[in-house]
Design a protein around this ligand. Structure first.
Ligand code: SAM
Length: 288
């Protein structure tokens, strides 16, 4: 096992060359080469020997070693077969590390956890699957207790957005967690350097959804309809998305005290919950 895990850009380059590898852009392979950033991620995860950690995309194992040294068990999922076998040979001495060579999004949680039901997620995510990975875990059962992930700055900022700049992704994540940007990370902290900067995002999972709704899937259906034409005013996007008559939507918005001229991005979670509730009641009335 390597003693000092953070590698400089030159060392990463050398290791890749010696192993006959090249960083694959298509797999989001931007390796972390900064000690301070590594420490911030690990500190934010507040690890102890009780913890089981799932790491997505261990790459050359820079973060993996730190996780294995602090957590009870680490499950690292790497899609790139060559990187996965390099990782197994470099970090083979870590008895509490299991490397799975697979596409994270094609694995079930039980394949990852093998009977455990408490876990954390810590990762420097490949940018191209950030949203599906986050959605995978917030919708999973059981959910992680905590997620600390590095992702593209703009995506992180969109996730912690407040009403005025909300999106479907922000609502999905804020419904299940309290997201917070822990640190900004400039692109020079990676090799090869990506075109964009990153942030470290910590998501503390909530024991219950942030707002109480009768059926969470139906709730998200209404939100999705609201965002179906995000540039349009709410009365238009809802009529279009819900397939409802303009008069029906006007009544719905009046009942919930929401100005029909507002756009979906301006609504808070509480307002979406009110809107969903009013829609459910109007559907029930229609059926009677
Ligand atoms: N953790 C390393 C680090 O911090 O230097 C590498 C991070 S790099 C941004 C993302 C890693 O995710 C790459 O090693 C890439 O091969 C891997 N990866 C990409 N798509 C994946 C997928 N669908 N499932 C699992 N790993 C994936």
């Amino acid at each position: 096992m390597p003693d000092k895990e953070t590698l400089s850009s030159a060392q990463v380059k050398k290791l890749l060359r010696q192993s006959g590898l090249k960083a694959k852009k298509s797999l989001g392979q931007n390796f972390l080469v900064d000690d301070a950033v590594l420490n911030i991620i690990v500190e934010a995860a507040e690890l102890s020997r009780e913890d089981v950690v799932i790491e997505i995309g261990p790459g050359l194992g820079i973060l993996t070693v730190e996780l294995a040294q602090r957590a009870g068990n680490v499950v690292a999922v790497e899609l790139d077969t060559k990187l996965a076998s390099l990782l197994r040979s470099r970090l083979g001495s870590l008895a509490n590390l299991r490397v799975i060579n697979a596409d994270m999004l094609k694995l079930t949680l039980s394949q990852l956890l093998e009977g455990e039901n408490k876990y954390k997620v810590v990762a420097n995510l490949p940018y191209y699957i950030t949203s599906p990975v986050l959605r995978y875990f917030v919708e999973a059962s059981p959910k992680p207790s905590l997620m600390v992930v590095m992702l593209q700055k703009e995506v992180g900022e969109a996730i912690v957005a407040v009403p005025g700049q909300m999106s479907l992704l922000a609502i999905s994540l804020q419904m299940y967690s309290k997201p917070k940007i822990v640190s900004h990370v400039p692109s020079r902290c990676f090799y090869p350097q990506p075109k964009v900067d990153s942030v470290i995002l910590r998501l503390d999972m909530l024991p219950e959804p942030a707002v109480k709704v009768a059926d969470i899937n139906d709730f998200f259906e209404v939100v999705r309809c609201g965002f179906s034409s995000p540039r349009k005013q709410l009365h238009n996007s809802l009529a279009h998305g819900l397939g409802a008559k303009p008069a029906e939507v006007a009544l719905l918005l009046e009942r919930t005290d929401i100005d029909p001229k507002r756009r979906a991005e301006t609504l808070s979670l509480e307002e979406w919950a009110k809107l969903y509730e009013a829609w459910t009641i109007s559907k029930q009335d229609e059926m009677q």
